[in-house]
Design a protein around this ligand. Structure first.
Ligand code: F6P
Length: 359
């Protein structure tokens, strides 16, 4: 009988519980034992490791649609990779993870994480050398290479869309604009997709330079005197500081455009998991279990042209734009961004949405 572990790390998103429930259920059907590691790597930094045995009774199917992680994602103050770097304890931290995984006698670990967690797992892969490491990509930012979708993205787009839908009504009543700041770190996928969904008048993303005067003119020339401008949290405006939505709002106000700012913040990571995300989580869970059966290790599940398959973690790291992680000085993360060839950019442009100064 195999013994497998599941761990969720990094920022949470909707769809994690679907993935956990499906892994647990699929593994149980195979006669395997499943352990949930609590609080991400925090659970491996205590002796004995903090784990729970997962069963259908413990994580009932009706809860699989809920946002957040049933296993938690960790505490900011605990020993984790970020704090280990700050405290000069990286070796101690890595040894502790390995020791705990050995103590648990796991055959395989399914790590559900974002680009930081996966890049880190590859950089410190020795930790996992005694077991099979299978990764599942999740993030609302959709900034991971080699997969066309990550768990949580579709729900986040839906959450942001619904949020903007509500604002649109009051915007109309008051003849005013809303500048809505989307999450996504330095990737514009979330802002772009929700912006197109709501028919935003403008979408500003970090990947495309914009001209503030051109934006102002575009709003002044709008056939409506209300609407929504979606700005990604990763944009910047030369000579200005503060939150991006505030910077844009001040410029609009100075030009006589009546507006308000709105910050949906972490509601983008919550909300009942959409059917699309649940299906993706189920497909990734199934793929991860098959990968364990096939003896694979150091792989990630990925969606490509509607096919779910595994890709080597080494490819994941090699395929992205390798950049310094601002939160972890020693770590290079593999990121993906909105490509200039993304068809949604052309669609947005053709629909009269200002998306910056495209060539
Ligand atoms: O990476 C996911 C994400 O939600 C980003 O979009 C956002 O910038 C960040 O995490 C917020 O992090 P925290 O939960 O630490 O505020």
């Amino acid at each position: 009988m195999k013994k497998i572990g599941i761990m969720t790390t990094g920022g949470d998103c909707s769809g994690l519980n679907t993935a956990i429930q499906r892994i647990m259920h699929g593994a149980t059907l195979r006669g395997w034992q499943v352990f949930g590691i609590l609080d991400g790597t925090d659970g491996l930094c205590v002796t004995p490791p903090a784990v729970i045995k997962l069963t259908d009774m413990m994580l009932p199917i009706e809860n699989a649609r809920l946002a957040g992680s049933f296993l938690h994602n960790g505490r900011a103050t605990a020993l984790n990779f970020e704090t280990a770097i700050e405290r000069g304890q990286v070796d101690k931290f890595n040894k502790q993870l390995r020791k705990s995984l050995q103590a648990l006698k796991l055959d395989a670990l399914i790590l559900i994480g974002g680009n930081g967690s996966l890049s880190l797992a590859w950089a410190h892969r020795d930790i996992y050398r005694d077991l099979q490491l299978i990764c599942i990509p999740k993030t609302i930012d959709m900034d991971m290479p080699l997969t066309e979708r990550t768990i949580g993205f579709d729900t986040a787009v839906q959450q942001l869309t619904s949020y903007c839908d509500q604002l649109m009504l009051t915007a109309r009543s008051h003849h005013r604009w809303f500048v809505v700041q989307a999450m996504g770190r330095d990737c514009g996928n979330l802002a772009l997709n929700a912006g197109v969904a709501i028919g935003a008048r403008a979408i500003l993303i970090p990947e495309i330079k914009f001209d503030i005067d051109a934006l102002i003119k575009h709003i002044q020339d709008s056939p409506t005197d209300y609407g929504i401008i979606v700005v990604s949290e990763g944009i910047s405006l030369r000579g200005h500081s503060g939150r991006p939505a505030d910077m844009i709002s001040r410029k609009l106000t100075a030009a006589g455009i009546v507006n308000r700012t709105a910050f949906p913040e972490h509601t983008q990571r919550s909300g009942d998991t959409t059917a699309t995300d649940r299906i993706l989580a189920t497909r990734f869970a199934d793929c991860a279990l098959n990968a364990i059966e096939n003896g694979e290790t150091y792989v990630m599940t990925a969606l490509e042209c509607d096919n779910v398959h595994t890709v080597p973690l080494s490819d994941f790291v090699a395929a992205g734009d390798v950049v310094h992680d601002p939160k972890i000085p020693d770590l290079m993360t593999s990121n993906a961004y909105v490509s200039p060839a993304d068809p949604l950019l052309a669609v947005a442009y053709n629909m009269g949405i200002y998306i910056g100064e495209q060539k």
